[in-house]
Design a protein around this ligand. Sequence first.
Ligand SMILES: [Zn+2]
Ligand SMILES: [Zn+2]
Length: 116
Amino acid sequence: MEATVILARCPGTGELYGMRTERTPDGDWRRNWAFPVSARQANAEGYDKTQIRGTLRCEAGYPGCPYCGAANLVQCGRCGRLSCWAGRDTRSCPWCGARMGDFQEVSEVRVSGGDM
Ligand SMILES: [Zn+2]
Ligand SMILES: [Zn+2]
């Protein structure tokens, strides 16, 4: 089973977390775990370099964001980073500060590495 970790940031706290994802037999990716990480740890583990493409749906039992519990994700239209989506209260991207008023919940994302 191919598995990797992708990073997201929680808009409420600005904190990082990793989401463990596994590749399904049809080549899609499913999230099944989430855990807090520090920027240093993410960098050391190479989580910021992960590149995957898929719907990133959550499996049953996915615990949600470790800070706010949200299971849904949005992808920033400016920086392409992921953050959890807790609903209307999300106003700006916790990575780059772009306003998130028009954001949609992601259906398919292409995640690529880059600076934190
Ligand atoms: Zn969150
Ligand atoms: Zn952004």
